[in-house]
Ligand binder design. Structure first.
Ligand SMILES: Cc1ncc(C[n+]2csc(CCOP(=O)(O)OP(=O)(O)O)c2C)c(N)n1
Ligand code: SF4
Ligand SMILES: [Mg+2]
Length: 342
């Protein structure tokens, strides 16, 4: 078993916030950033360090959350922060956690719990840095959290498509044209499901959306206190890349959950718990049609009824046919089901 983190000072009592009124008022990501108006990823950074508190080291790979947050002479970070290379969030997290542990073991640093969080974008994490994240999640002796903020494009370099860009979206690499309306025909990677299913030593994997702030912060706290390496995937509406009025960020986050496109869950020691409106869907509540989410965004403005129908079918399949709805995409044949019943 990984070492359990024991918290001995006031700043490291990371119990769940029991409701919005119990949330601490101190901020560790404040003014001084230059993200777009309505940028949900900036809110994710703010909530992430609010949850982890002052005894935190944040490591960030290249992307909007590096560039827009560390313009020369200005930064919103109150906690120690370091930039790391685009595909290196995994190795940065592991190296920092290992370094702290070694210094404490040798008596060169006071032995105390320090949170190590490495964040990455979808380009840096789900595409370029997948190998490093995967390796880190196998090192159960080191406590660290990798948080992937997913704005569904390489946003900082002007909205190129990534392996997390949704089917059909208009990006600078997939502009709809007269001959080919849909350029991007690949379905999005299932990052959290892949991390949960493929890393049996990783005790905690969760999905979050900042539209549900308290839930999100509590998942960060759980990830930091359970022991060993952990992973969180956050879906972040991005007004620039998704092309919508910035005032809609919160609503789009909610719609991603309510349509069933992005399920909220956590996997702790192999046990799955669904959250909020996702849980309601699992318990039988109807999902909203995906068109309500897609047609609020300019990146899908070229969609025809046929495209909307295809998108809806794929999401229906995720709920009706997957082995674990919304999480694990394996399908069992009737013969295999009968055989396992014995
Ligand atoms: C090895 C490498 N290749 C390309 C770049 C250029 N680059 C800087 S930020 C960025 C986009 C990163 O996308 P993502 O990780 O999704 O973060 P976002 O910008 O969307 O926040 C790219 C391609 C780089 N910094 N390093
Ligand atoms: S492009 Fe998107 S992710 Fe980047 S700062 Fe703007 S809203 Fe945030
Ligand atoms: Mg991105």
């Amino acid at each position: 078993m990984p070492d359990a983190t024991t918290f001995t000072n006031d700043t490291q009592i990371l119990e769940p916030f029991r409701g919005i009124k119990k949330v601490t008022i101190e901020e560790y990501f404040t003014s001084g950033h230059r993200t777009c108006q309505g940028c949900e990823s900036a809110l994710v950074m703010k909530l992430m360090v609010k949850a982890s508190g002052p005894r935190t080291i944040v490591l960030g790979s290249t992307g909007c959350m590096y560039v827009a947050n560390t313009t020369y002479y200005t930064t919103p970070w109150v906690v120690p922060w370091m930039h790391t290379q685009l595909g290196s969030s995994g190795s940065a997290a592991l190296g920092t956690a290992a370094g702290l542990k070694a210094l404490m073991r040798k008596g060169k640093m006071k032995s105390e719990p320090i949170n190590v969080i490495a964040f990455c974008g979808d380009g840096g994490g789900a595409d370029m840095g997948l190998n490093g994240i995967s390796a880190t999640l196998t090192h159960r002796d080191y406590n660290c959290l990798i948080l992937l903020y997913d704005n569904e494009s390489y946003a900082n370099t002007d909205i190129q498509l990534s392996g997390m860009t949704p089917y059909g979206a208009n990006t600078t690499f997939s502009p709809p044209g007269k001959t080919h309306r849909i350029i991007h025909k690949r379905w999005k990677k299932n990052m959290a499901g892949m991390m949960a299913a493929g890393h049996p030593e990783c005790r905690y994997v969760a999905t979050v959306c900042a539209s549900y702030a308290v839930e999100m912060m509590n998942k960060v706290r759980r990830a930091l206190t359970i022991g060993g390496p952990t992973f969180i995937h956050s879906l972040d509406p991005c007004p620039k890349g998704w092309d919508y009025d910035p005032m809609l960020s919160h609503e789009l986050g909610e719609l991603a959950i309510e349509t069933g496109i992005f399920p909220l869950y956590e996997m702790e020691d192999g046990e799955l718990r669904y959250y909020g409106k996702t849980k309601a869907i699992v318990d039988g509540r109807a999902r909203k049609p995906v068109r309500e989410y897609l047609l609020k965004q300019g990146r899908f403005a070229h969609f025809t009824e046929e495209d909307l129908g295809y998108f809806q079918e794929k999401v229906d399949e995720m709920w009706d046919k997957w082995e674990v709805p919304g999480v694990v995409p394996f399908k069992r044949t009737d013969a295999a089901k009968a055989a396992s019943r014995g």
